[in-house]
Design a protein around this ligand. Sequence first.
Ligand code: NAD
Length: 251
Amino acid sequence: MTLAGAVALVTGASRGIGRAIAREIAEQGASVVVHYGSNENAARETLAALPAGDHVVLRADLGDPAEARRLVDRTFERYGRVDILVNNAGIYERQPVLETSFEEWLDVWRRTLDTNLIGPATLIHAVVPHMVDGGGGRIVNVSSRGAFRGEPTHAAYGASKAGLNSLAQSLAKALAPHNVFITTVAPGYVATDMAGPYLSGPQGAQIVADIPLGRVAAAEEVARLVAFLATPGTESLTGAVIDVNGASYLR
Ligand code: NAD
């Protein structure tokens, strides 16, 4: 177990990629904070699926900076340290520019940036002093292929993930001298509830046809990479943004 003794805060861990990350990191020996936004029962199902350890479930609306800060405070109060932060929680809201009213356009932009970009930025700002005091830490962000390839019907989402990549690159430079390392994974479609309607909808066959591997990614594939990036001995990867897309979009 490569993460024995570490404390990891995984956001959006009640389902999907976040649940798989919580499990993978716990299997490496870390104590995991299973963060959720609204579905406590689902978060408790994640908790029950983890190997035995000192894990907890904590709620916070990451669109609210005060709640995001409090989540880090509660994690620190509970464990006295935070070694790993995984910024996984996110929303994917449709907003085709020609079919969306001005008010709805702005609402989706605000909600998306608040959740997908300002949420992680707030958590990072709150957690980094604890990491520095504790001798170092690792932050892994879950971004998206859409940041590079474009998101014709989800423009705010694409922009939020491009912002997340840039945030991670800037802070990788700022924090490497302090032993805090920041990496980012950029999946294409992953088989989760978020992607379900698209994969089972009319464009589902075309989505898979665009992937040379012949299938979308499994949440566990993303989780294994995140756990690897959270592991000591990967320091030189800091600042990297790593594709997980079956060769569907190569940069
Ligand atoms: P999901 O919808 O299954 O899970 C997202 C989680 O984030 C949920 O548990 C949700 O409750 C939580 N969340 C959303 N808004 C929140 C808020 N304001 N406060 C607290 N929690 C909140 O999605 P997923 O597919 O598991 O996606 C996880 C991450 O991976 C997201 O950042 C997503 O953008 C990214 N991603 C997913 C795919 C995909 O195809 N599924 C592809 C690329 C990137």
